[in-house]
Ligand binder design. Structure first.
Ligand code: AMP
Ligand code: GLY
Length: 424
């Protein structure tokens, strides 16, 4: 079976490596892929947002199944366009992808169906937002309604900061039309957990939980990034909390989407905050997380292609999804300066991963047979081991063998999780 994967980051590399383990997998095409993915799939320079180009490629190549992973093509309707041409897909259609595409939509959904989340108000003009912000409690959280490369949420500590954020989002439109509306949300506290799940619209099967590290610097300082590393499972996400989430959040969400005529099929990502009042939804994503996927899929002991096919056909069963009890850690190696300005074009020296280790390439291109840096997050070094301590140590040993000019990484990925486990 030939598979088309849309996207070109570390997450897609992890999806492709997992798909390759299936005996059913034939050729894998990736649009646009990257210089590292090229070792595992045939890459073609068609952008993930070029829906026409993707459909044109899929219908002129021997594609049996497509996997659409990034948010923007999903929200733009890539799955609808491919399925219209008879190509089955893993991923939600446009009507369902709105659960990530509009934070105002997802907040209304949660309110309507009693799914626990932070209290909020929606503002459709800068004037309204500023009026409300004069009266609200700080810190508070301002979120652009639409997609914003993961940077659309700002925590503000005073009215002045809030007004500046509203100006940027709603007046200067730094996220374009995504900032036409904003949510102003109650500030919650507690450990965060990411839970990716497979759902075919009938049942929801959670994957191993994980913990992202979004800030650029050690100790959760510095700017927000796309994610500097992950561990799985997340020690704060205990079996008791998992049971509560299933009952109070996961099943109600699937039912709510069905009731709205927006059946969700694919990977539904629950961004959770484990507050003293119980687990609450911080955000939904309509796709695999990056870099969560780079620690979750290495722990999957079942056949990913079988799961994806069953999900797309509405035939998913719980017993198809088996996760190992091992732990995994992914350390992102980034270009110096990221998430601000950084230089690219440096040659990358890659170590050979041992059993239970892998390198997932995100920001690199091939040039004359050499692998050169081309992005902020260059790659992720992942290791799987029986316990988190060994997984963290191995992931760092692997990441430290990656060489390119200006390479930097956080030194404390997994530290908080280890602390929670009582291991300093
Ligand atoms: P989001 O883009 O919605 O995932 O938000 C990005 C990050 O902002 C989250 O991972 C949280 O760390 C933080 N955040 C978002 N919403 C809230 C909230 N209501 N209270 C506290 N922190 C939040
Ligand atoms: N790691 C968070 C995300 O993929 O949105």
């Amino acid at each position: 079976m030939n598979i088309l994967v849309i996207g070109g980051g570390g997450r897609e590399h992890a999806v492709i490596k997992a798909l390759k383990k299936s005996p059913k997998t034939g050729k894998i095409y990736c649009l646009p892929g990257n210089g590292g993915i090229a070792a595992d799939a045939e890459c073609y320079p068609i952008k993930a947002t070029d829906i026409e180009g993707i459909v044109q490629f899929a219908t002129t190549h021997d594609v049996d199944f497509a996997v659409v992973t990034p948010d923007d093509p999903l929200v733009l309707g890539a799955v609808d366009a491919l399925e219209e041409k008879g190509i089955p897909c893993f991923g939600p259609n446009k009507r369902a992808a709105i659960i990530e595409g509009s934070k105002v939509f997802s907040k209304q959904l949660m309110k309507k169906y009693g799914i626990p989340t932070a209290g909020s108000v929606t503002c459709a003009s800068a004037e309204n937002a500023v009026e409300y912000l004069k009266t609200c409690k700080y810190p508070t959280v301002i979120k652009a309604d639409g997609l914003a490369l993961g940077k659309g949420a700002v925590i503000v500590y005073s009215f002045e900061e809030a007004r500046a954020a509203i100006n940027e989002i709603m007046v200067d439109k730094i996220f374009g039309d995504s900032g036409n509306k904003v949510l102003i949300e109650e500030f919650l506290t507690g450990p965060e957990a990411s839970v990716l799940s497979f759902t075919d619209g009938n049942i929801v099967v959670p994957m191993a939980s994980s913990m992202d590290h979004k800030r650029a610097l050690d100790g959760d300082r510095g700017l927000n990034t796309g994610g500097m590393g992950t561990v799985a499972p997340n020690p704060y996400y205990t079996p008791e909390i998992a049971e509560r989430c299933m009952k109070e959040i996961f099943i109600p969400t699937i039912r709510a989407m069905n009731a709205e005529g927006r059946m969700f099929k694919g990977c539904l990502y629950f961004g959770l905050m484990l507050t003293s009042d119980g687990p609450k939804v911080i955000e939904y994503n309509c796709r695999f997380g990056d870099p969560e996927t780079q620690v979750v899929l290495p722990l999957l002991d079942s056949d990913l292609l079988e799961i994806m096919l069953a999900t797309s056909r509405g035939e998913l069963r719980e017993d198809m999804v088996k996760f190992s009890s091992d732990s995994a850690c992914c350390v992102i190696v980034a270009s110096s300066g990221y998430p601000k300005k950084y230089a690219t074009g440096f040659e990358i020296e890659l170590p050979k991963p041992a059993e239970g280790e892998d390198i997932y390439v995100a920001g690199a291109k091939l040039s004359d047979g050499k692998l050169l840096t081309s992005g902020g997050r260059v790659l992720g070094a992942t290791a799987r081991a029986e316990n988190l301590r060994d997984a963290v140590d191995k992931a760092y040993a692997l990441a430290n063998k990656v060489k390119f000019e200006g390479a930097y990484m956080r030194k404390d990925i997994g530290a908080r999780a280890l602390l929670a486990l009582g291991d300093k």
